[in-house]
Design a protein around this ligand. Structure first.
Ligand code: HEM
Length: 153
């Protein structure tokens, strides 16, 4: 029971960290991208990544490790699948910024100047991802309260 409680706490803490981090990353992408500006982007991006790992790690254990309502419940729940669809959209949107930021970090580490022309697009992507996280919270709270239970399930 203590593990169940700690998993739930970590899962919710990831929401606090991740939503703030992705919004901060969006704002940082819009600011001047000199070295201190780039470091603000990297800082927010690191916390966004940490939140994603904690969310997915604790979420998978909660859903399929038998700590909450059991795999059968979630796999037959429309709100769960809506939540997973939103997560897939967030991950799909992340491909571009992730690849670019790996390059940007490398360039700054070597003392170079990265090509930041895509920054305003990445800002928009980050804000859209923030909105998708809010929609995930709507799906998650519905799923936890018995909405979306499949009639056939
Ligand atoms: C961006 C990622 C995620 C967000 C924002 C998120 C959000 C939330 C929130 C707010 C709750 C609390 C619902 C409540 O008790 O009212 C929750 C619960 C839960 N989440 Fe997530 N989650 C995420 C990722 C995941 C993933 C990847 C999985 C599993 C594959 C998952 C599985 C669960 C489970 C099993 C619960 C417990 C539901 C229950 O009490 O029956 N989550 N999530």
């Amino acid at each position: 029971m203590t593990i169940r409680w700690l998993l739930a706490a970590l899962h919710l803490l990831a929401l606090g960290v991740g939503l703030g981090a992705v919004w901060a990353r969006g704002r940082a992408f819009q600011a001047p991208l000199d070295v201190p500006g780039l470091r603000r982007v990297f800082y927010a991006d690191t916390w966004w990544g940490v939140a994603a790992l904690v969310w997915i790690g604790t979420g998978l254990i909660r859903a399929f490790g038998g700590f909450e309502k059991g795999s059968f419940y979630y796999l037959h729940n429309h709100a769960f699948w809506a939540k997973m669809g939103l997560l897939a959209a967030i991950l799909f949107l992340e491909v571009g910024p992730m690849i670019a930021l790996i390059r940007w970090r490398g360039a700054v580490a070597r003392g170079g100047v990265p090509d930041t022309r895509a920054a305003s697009r990445f800002a928009r992507i980050s804000f859209v991802q923030g909105i998708l996280v809010v929609l995930m919270v709507l799906a998650a709270t519905a799923m936890a309260r018995g909405y979306g239970v499949s009639q056939k399930g």
